[in-house]
Write a protein that binds this ligand. Structure first.
Ligand SMILES: CC(C)[C@H](C(=O)O)[C@@H](O)C(=O)O
Ligand code: SF4
Length: 415
């Protein structure tokens, strides 16, 4: 039987031919956790008295939610995890100066065809390179850390096709929001989405990562881009070697298919208080904005910072604007290309590699009555701080244009 990417990956990982609905035990290629959930993972292991991991080289840990620690409790958690890393002799540990775990996984570890599990819902991000990547709770991740295995229900594969090329100021975010507008936030429950890109270079890895990242907002078990030339180029550029590509068999069967004509997309916005409350930017433009956040594991990559820099070059923002490249690597590249200087000159506050304001943690928590435009992935009540704040999710061009004008702005109207 011709297999989808989902079936191919999970058949290899479980050692038998799988079909949607099967409950399987799959071997994990990478098991990861961060500071906030890592604490619980280690606690579960310690309570069970287990002092070994299945394979040191396959455990990845990154500090991001509490980086740098905003309070004593966060610092305590990091101290505890550093001790665990030392005791176990884990080589793939990324302290507060590396970046957001999902971005670190994408840049340094994830490969086509792998099974990746991590203690964070946005683990779907690694699907951008064609890995079956799923977020899990701390107990499941503790079990996978110990055994190198996890149990899964094989999801039903659904195909999305991206045709043509996106227009000016249209990015991966608009594709993610289009899917949410069309299908709503719970449609893909029990499914995996496999995205085929007709014209690989027109939809680069940064855009793919945004869409995969928001796969969990669609409730999909995984959101994978079918590996192609762009996957190869990305891994070659970031790591210096060419990966082997895993692709679905011709004639593989999907439960359904949906096509997006990239050239027909408009900049979209998710209005409060739900990620699927999607509107065109023109429907909400003119609303006054108190703070703009450009960053997170959704949109903190080089192209996001580049777009913001292009819009803000030689101008001044009219509202608070916080920009956070998702990793050290992204910060460094943005700095070398002059984007950081542009953003600082425009009046933005810039730091690197933290979840920070995305989940209302620190570095720009939203206050009562405030309106925020954010490039992150969630906007439910209280997500970025006060229950009385309103968060509009958008792509980096809409965010930067809104910072420039002090109100929600269509970037096509100004640049
Ligand atoms: C803290 C963590 C468990 C959570 C997640 O799993 O997604 C966070 O990263 C988020 O984005 O809300
Ligand atoms: S940046 Fe936001 S969405 Fe991503 S892992 Fe951190 S808190 Fe979660």
């Amino acid at each position: 039987m011709p297999q989808t990417l989902t079936e191919k990956i999970l058949s290899r990982a479980s050692g038998k031919e799988v079909s949607p609905g099967d409950v399987i035990e799959a071997k994990t290629d990478i098991v990861a956790f961060h500071d906030l959930t890592g604490y619980h993972v280690i606690e579960v292991m310690e309570k069970a008295g287990i002092e070994k991991v299945f394979d040191k080289s396959k455990i990845v840990i990154a500090f991001d939610h509490l980086a740098p620690p905003p309070d004593i409790r966060s610092a305590e958690i990091q101290v505890m995890i550093r001790k665990f890393v030392k005791k176990m002799g884990l080589p793939n540990f990324h302290d507060i100066n590396f970046g957001i775990m999902h971005e670190v996984l994408l840049e340094k570890y994830a490969l086509p065809g792998q099974v990746i599990v991590a203690a964070d819902s946005h683990t779907t991000t690694s699907g951008a390179v064609g890995a079956f990547a799923q977020g899990m709770g701390a107990s499941d991740i503790a079990a996978a850390t110990i055994t190198g295995k996890t149990w899964l229900v094989v999801p039903t594969p659904f195909k999305v096709e991206l045709k043509g090329s996106p227009g000016k100021w249209i990015t991966g975010k608009d594709v993610a929001l289009k899917l949410l507008q069309e299908f709503k936030a719970d449609y893909f429950n029990g499914m995996s989405i496999e995205v085929y890109v007709e014209n690989p270079s027109a939809f680069p890895m940064d855009y793919r990562a945004t869409v995969s990242n928001m796969g969990i907002e669609m409730n999909a078990d995984a959101l994978m881009f079918i590996p192609d030339e762009e996957t190869k180029n990305y891994i070659k550029t970031m790591r210096g070697y060419e990966p082997a590509l895993v692709t679905p068999d011709p004639g593989a069967k999907y439960t359904d298919e949906y096509t997006i004509e990239l050239g027909k997309l408009e900049p979209l916005v998710a209005a409060p208080y739900s990620v699927d409350n999607v509107k065109t930017v023109n429907e909400v433009e003119g609303k006054e904005v108190d703070q703009v956040f450009i960053g997170s594991c959704t949109n903190g990559r080089l192209s996001d910072i580049e777009i913001a820099a292009k819009i803000l070059k030689d101008k001044k923002v009219k509202t608070r604007c916080i920009a956070i490249p998702a990793s050290y690597e992204m910060f460094k590249r943005a700095m070398d290309l002059g984007y950081i200087e542009t953003l600082v000159n425009a009046g933005c506050i810039v730091t690197y590699g933290t979840c920070g304001p995305c989940l209302g943690g620190h570095f720009g928590v939203a206050g009562p009555g405030e309106t925020i435009v954010s490039t992150s992935n969630r906007n439910f009540r209280g997500r970025m701080g006060s229950n009385d704040s309103k968060v509009y999710l958008a792509n980096p061009a809409v965010a930067a244009a809104s910072a420039l004008e002090g109100k929600i702005t269509d970037p096509r109207s100004i640049a």
